[in-house]
Design a protein around this ligand. Sequence first.
Ligand code: MBD
Ligand code: FE
Length: 282
Amino acid sequence: SRTENEGTAVEAGSKATERFAASGKLSRVDVSKERVSLLAGALIKAANDIVVEHQVTYEEYNALKAWLIKVGTDGEWPLFLDVWLEHTIEDVNSQDRPGTVGTIEGPYYVPGSPELQTPATVEMRDDEEGTPLRFTGQFTDTDGNPIQGAQVEIWHADAAGFYSQYAPGMPEWLFRATVKASDDGRFEINTMRPAPYQIPTDGACGQLINAAGWHAWRPAHIHIKVSAPGYEPVTQQLYFPGDPHNADDIASAVKPELMLDPRPRTDGKGEEVVYDYVLAKQ
Ligand code: MBD
Ligand code: FE
């Protein structure tokens, strides 16, 4: 259930919009006139075709106009695009890459998280709730040789389903870290199992979900960005078997290769998972 701690869609959305603008991705736009004309033309044609095919009324057209305006004022363009479009962008752009499978980044990545040496424990509060999770693995190249200089950036929600820097009252780098692997490519990260995530229900995206009778859930997931000098980076998420939303993720970002296999720890202190990374040379 929702609490006042979680903040509003406008807070989370505006943060995501601000961060996207600040990341420089807005000023580095460099798409040729030919591609803009082709892609914008195709998008406009697809929208016009829908109007004809489904005999869209003026009432529906005005509802669309009002809703598109609200997506902007709620700051939810990053959320909308990453939930309903990024999965296809990711598929198209990772088709020929060997090695570990990727998936979407989503709207809540923050670069520059605290650097920790393996074995690492991510930032948590005193008495942090949840199931402790030990996550280990090794980096190799596509020939099976260990990779030097690799790092794992990790970010995920807490046991109540909230992300630091996008919900009020959370420590800035809670459940966010950059973990440096050892020289033989091994890493150990101690964190807490995240909860399933419900996208904000009080903004434009939530309004659409309600109006259409859909659900707002993503299965529990851990976001990962791995990189090493000379290798192609991979952005992915890892999931837990048995989550009711693995099969109907609102963001369509679950793949079988991204499923973890949590085991109880022998010391009784929570669970452990192993996930190895195979990176392709640049
Ligand atoms: C998330 O945490 C997320 O991972 C995605 C893809 C969209 C919204 C919230
Ligand atoms: Fe997420």
